[in-house]
Design a protein around this ligand. Structure first.
Ligand SMILES: [Zn+2]
Length: 267
């Protein structure tokens, strides 16, 4: 129970704050009369883009891109050791914050360049939204300059750690406004959405996480987390990796294949 309770509590908090964050984007909530008297502040429309990869179209050999976010905190050895032992390629999105705290895991990534593609998850894990708002309780970057700093700060930390220059960016919370997407694209990045939410922000239980990831289909991009070693979800992720391999899955990194992202994230 000790392990379950905090995760459940966190999930509730996340659900509540997610709802709160959505309220400003519901202009009809208070009726047109109220809107006429006091127009709501202009809230940017947020998108959570999808990303798919080119399918293998070979029965029994679904092609799947596993992507992991390393937001902050530590490395999840359950997942990292399974990837290395099973020789499963993956794309890892790292923040500057996480890189500084996890030199041993970074060394494992760099020692296995055939397995790991490292990409940019930002400097301080601040959502890449260029107007002030809260997303799951996290304050957005809030301006184009702050979005730029979040992206460039992430890339600078990667360079300092000896990691090849990134070509993909995924912001904290995986939500953006369209103008921030345009700004980040103009900086030369593709923006990494996903098509399967594997671990619900690392807050799901092990069994449901395993089931979600193991049911990924040909062309799917799976997102989950590699930075929560105390959460039950990571156990499910590690098991799902073995399940997928046993099913004949072709694992690819984002740099290995053609892709299709919506909301102008890759075109
Ligand atoms: Zn993250």
């Amino acid at each position: 129970m000790n392990r379950i309770l905090p995760a459940s509590a966190l999930f509730l908090i996340t659900a509540v704050t997610a709802f709160a964050a959505e309220v400003p984007s519901a202009p009809t909530m208070f009726g047109s009369a109220a809107a006429a008297i006091a127009p709501a502040p202009k809230a940017s429309k947020l998108v959570e883009p999808h990303l798919h990869i080119a399918r293998s179209n070979i029965p029994g050999h679904a092609r799947i891109a596993l992507t992991f976010d390393a937001c902050m905190g530590q490395a999840d050895e359950r997942i990292l050791s399974t990837l290395v032992r099973e020789r499963i390629p993956a794309t890892i999105f790292v923040t500057a914050r996480w890189l500084k705290r996890n030199p041993a895991a970074v060394a494992v990534f760099l020692q296995n360049p055939d397995l790991f593609e490292l990409e940019n998850h930002g400097e301080n894990h601040i959502p890449a939204v260029d107007t002030p708002t809260l997303i799951y309780g996290i304050a957005s970057a809030g301006s184009p300059q702050a979005v730029k700093q979040e992206v460039e700060g992430g890339a600078a930390a990667m360079a300092a750690a000896g990691i090849p220059a990134p070509h993909w960016f995924r912001g904290s919370t995986a939500k953006y406004d369209l103008s921030a997407i345009g700004e980040i694209r103009a900086m030369g990045y593709r923006i990494a959405g996903y098509s399967v939410n594997g671990d619900g922000g690392s807050l799901l239980g092990a069994v449901i996480t395993e089931k979600r990831i193991a049911s990924a289909k040909d062309g799917d991009v799976v997102i989950s987390h590699i930075n929560q070693p105390t959460h039950a979800a990571g156990e499910g992720v590690a098991k799902a990796l073995v399940d997928l391999k046993a099913k004949g899955t072709e694992f690819v990194r984002l740099e290995d294949v053609e892709d299709t992202g919506d909301d102008k994230t890759t075109e």
